[in-house]
Design a protein around this ligand. Sequence first.
Ligand code: SAM
Length: 249
Amino acid sequence: MSSNALYTDLSTYYDLMCCDINYPAQSNTVHRLQQLLGNGGKNHLDLACGSAPHIRHFIDYGYQCSGLDINQPMLDLAKARCPQAHFMLQNMCSFTLDKPVDLITCFLYSIHYNQSIATLAQCITSAHAALTPGGMLCFNAVDKVTICNNSRVRHSTMLHDSHFQFESGWHYSGDGEQQSLKLQIIKTSAGQRQLWQDEHAMVAISFAQLQALLLPYFDVHILAHNYDSIAPWDQKAGNALFACIKRAD
Ligand SMILES: C[S@@+](CC[C@H](N)C(=O)[O-])C[C@H]1O[C@@H](n2cnc3c(N)ncnc32)[C@H](O)[C@@H]1O
């Protein structure tokens, strides 16, 4: 399987793989943060939007939404789900917009799809340039120093007469600025078993390094990775939600 088959050849399985993610709660938390900390504006861009599960909810909250992704099959799914949104094929590490937006989101750890700390820094400057004053960049991230290589998230589901088992987990060697996301899909249909394994190279970074990249441009709020309530990060958990407010120039 090619290194991003999940987002190209296997893109029709993407929503099945994500069926246990609480997109309504994530979107609601970001919407509340935009009202509490951001400038409250309703022009929105989702980076690495995939099939647009967050955009669906932001449209319902009254936002004018756009989505950016590097894989056209994911954008095709996004357009089918949200025909009223605008979608663009771009690399988030150096994107440009015709008009600034008030809110930029990037979820499911997709900010790590920047391949190095240098490209992540470019992505952050692109986001800063694309935001209106007081606008918010909001994303979730994982701290490389907390990654447990043996830990996997698994779930299974049925589609038509096929049984699907999905598995994903991080791997970090403990050295350098790349970690990988390991993915596995097993489809069992009429006694036939098909297995796909995928490994995605992503940037590895500590929260201290990430904060250092953001602080020249943004007031940074690091929050607990919990979408039931808004609370500060406890300085220990390996996952967190970053709410970054563009400072007035
Ligand atoms: C894990 S999915 C997340 C999709 C969506 N944000 C969600 O929460 O379900 C990652 C997405 O990032 C996209 N992607 C990967 N590298 C990218 C890049 N450099 N620029 C833009 N999109 C990228 C993939 O095509 C895929 O749709």
